[in-house]
Design a binder for this molecule. Structure first.
Ligand SMILES: O=C(O)CCC(=O)C(=O)O
Length: 296
């Protein structure tokens, strides 16, 4: 837990009883083999038969809901963000062999700015994770540098251009390796990423994310609109007040709506034909150069 405060992450083993992670893997195998996979998952651009992200696993199968609410997991979460714990959302990254997509450097708070920073993501490895099959990588201590720029051309691009560009020391990067069942707890401001999976092994990770009950989203964009109706108090009391920390937080206003971190990081949302922000959230667009007019 000291490591979470100092480094912005910690890796904890031994939370789950034997068999729990095997059960979760069996559920994922069944989902991946289901012909209607594309209804519940985003697929790999290199191979549309392979999923890279299963949406909202806790809503699909009680094995995942039980893991996300496991008392020992929530004990650990409560030590890090306080006793009133809300499940914010869940997702499952598949990283299939050979094609598993890169996750570029980013901080979760850039996607989900809240009134305070008592949030965390818990990455529960379902397979043994090493550098070879693209384990999570964290820039230790980067959470102390505040929110780093995730913008490109004036819009939220979902990633940091490079650690060096934003002043993060590359020598702080740590590989979060661990056997299946290990949990990486991530501070919302710690920069993290993972490489493409070029190995022959899966590197699946189930990610329930939590927040203190008195942390509320400060940007009600498409992501919050999707997640908030299902946010669930798991322990303690609901908040009667929002706890705020002062500051100025850039909002994740993208040039077009995006469905996932992968899409926005790859820039494919720009080719999607989805609409740009309008009205209140519209950015100023540069004026078009004036058309040349024929002289008389
Ligand atoms: O799956 C990974 O390696 C990284 C996950 C992550 O950072 C995310 O999905 O936000």
């Amino acid at each position: 837990m000291k490591s979470f405060r100092e480094n912005g992450f910690c890796v904890v083993a031994g939370i789950f009883e034997n068999g729990v992670i095997d059960k979760a893997r069996a559920v994922v195998d069944a989902l991946l083999a289901d012909p209607s996979l594309s209804d519940v998952a985003e697929t790999e651009p290199e191979d549309a038969t392979k999923a890279r992200r299963i949406w909202a696993p806790t809503a699909r199968n009680e094995v995942f809901a039980d893991i996300a609410e496991h008392p020992r997991l929530i004990d650990a979460v409560a030590q890090l963000i306080g006793d009133d714990v809300v499940l914010q959302y869940s997702k499952l990254n598949v990283k299939p062999p050979q094609v598993g997509s890169v996750v570029e450097w980013h901080q979760d708070f850039a996607y989900y700015p809240h009134t305070n920073q008592d949030l965390l993501a818990s990455l529960i490895y379902l397979d043994d994770a090493t550098r070879e099959n693209a384990c999570l990588r964290v820039a230790a201590g980067s959470h102390r540098q505040g929110l780093l720029s995730h913008e490109k051309d004036g819009y939220f691009a979902g990633k940091i251009s490079s650690l060096k560009d934003v002043g993060v020391d590359e020598s702080t990067v740590v590989d979060c390796e661990g056997p299946a069942g290990s949990v990486v707890f991530l501070h919302p401001l710690v920069a993290h990423s993972s490489e493409k999976n070029l190995s022959d092994m899966y590197r699946r990770v189930f990610i329930p994310a939590y927040r203190a009950a008195d942390a509320f989203p400060i940007y009600y964009g498409p992501h919050a609109a999707h997640n908030e109706p299902n946010a669930k108090l798991l322990r303690g009391k609901p908040a009667k007040a929002a706890r705020t920390e002062g500051g100025v937080w850039p909002l994740p206003v993208a040039a077009a709506e995006f469905n996932s971190l992968y899409e926005i990081q790859e820039g494919s949302h720009l080719q999607s034909g989805r609409k740009a922000p309008t009205g209140y959230f519209a950015h100023e667009t540069p004026a078009e150069p004036e058309a040349e007019t024929a002289s008389a």
